[in-house]
Design a protein around this ligand. Structure first.
Ligand code: CP
Length: 307
């Protein structure tokens, strides 16, 4: 099994490593609250966020805490650290890596490879621009595996902001390269469609996919999983463009009911209005369970990279 030292893209994973992380995450899930783990005692994580986060930051920090490690945190690093004084990414990361044993960083710019290369210690991307979010994919795959019993031979729908959605890009790339006979169904208005670069990647792996402009037109009854995403207002330069697509992919109750009984609905969160709260009671909803799975997946990842 390959030992990960940096994780900036899902391309850094392989199937064997993913399966080993899932085994360990399952152990943490089954024993959560019953065992006191100290395996990361005297290990320190540097948590650097140059973009807002709730789930990723808190789950990494809680994971470190659960395993007996500690965290130093800069949650508005573009304001509160010397990045605000135009310190280069390379210098900033080189210096920060003197203070801890692993760096977890989120940035609005596509600089993760540059940052990882400057680090003297293991480095994890906690989300990079509109490009990738590999640890979200780790927990998304763990959720599918746990809730559907397998990832091979499934049909996965992805709806919403497919152009800016880094969770979508990472998930599509991981499904294509590590799993067999996966079919993808992309649902978005044309302005938000899946980028050509991702389609080219899927073509390399001979992945079958279809594109649909609305949930009403999508083959909902064929999906094993529907992964819904937020229309990401923050990436629109002109608010009129956002207003034109806002509310385009709302999972109405009748759409959820058109899915098979054993299908699941996922969302990386945060949501705005694309999944009405009434769907939270639907037997297919798994998005809050993803949050719990994210904590144990990140515990497994930190252990893998630090021990
Ligand atoms: N899913 C996710 O990345 O959430 P946060 O932006 O809150 O970390």
């Amino acid at each position: 099994m390959r030992k990960l030292r940096t994780l900036t893209s899902v391309d850094d994973f392989d199937r064997e490593t993913l399966e080993s992380l899932f085994d360990r995450a399952t152990y943490y899930l089954d024993n959560f609250g019953k065992v006191e783990w100290n395996i990361l005692r005297r290990k320190r994580m540097l948590s650097i966020y140059c973009q807002p986060s709730t789930r990723t930051r808190f789950s990494f920090e809680a994971a470190m805490d659960e395993l007996g490690g500690t965290t130093l945190n800069s949650q508005d690093a573009l304001i509160s650290s010397s990045f605000a004084k135009d310190e280069s990414i390379e210098d900033g990361i080189r210096v920060l890596s003197e203070y801890g044993h692993i760096i977890v960083m989120r940035h609005k710019l596509p600089i993760m490879r540059q940052a990882a290369d400057a680090s003297l210690v293991p480095f994890i991307s906690a989300g990079e621009a509109t490009k990738e979010h590999p640890t979200q994919t780790l927990l998304d795959l763990f959720t599918i595996e746990h809730e559907r019993g397998r990832i091979d031979d499934l049909t996965i729908g992805m709806a919403g902001d497919l152009v800016n959605g880094r969770t979508i890009h990472s998930l599509a790339k991981a499904l294509a390269q590590f799993y067999s006979n996966v079919r993808m169904v992309f649902i978005s208005p044309p302005q938000l469609s899946i980028p050509q670069e991702i389609k080219d990647f899927l073509d390399q792996y001979c992945i079958e996919y279809t594109e649909h402009s609305s949930l009403a037109e999508a083959p909902l009854n064929e999906m094993d999983c529907l992964y819904v995403t937020r229309i990401q207002k923050e990436w629109f330069e002109d608010d009129r463009d956002y207003q034109a697509v806002k509310g385009c992919c709302v999972l109405r109750q009748e759409y959820a009911e058109a899915m098979r009984d054993d299908a699941i609905v996922m969302h990386p969160l945060p949501r705005v209005d694309e999944i009405p709260t009434i769907i939270d009671q639907n037997k297919r909803a798994r998005y809050f369970l993803q949050v719990r799975y994210g904590l144990v997946s990140r515990m497994a990842l930190l252990e893998h990279m630090l021990i």
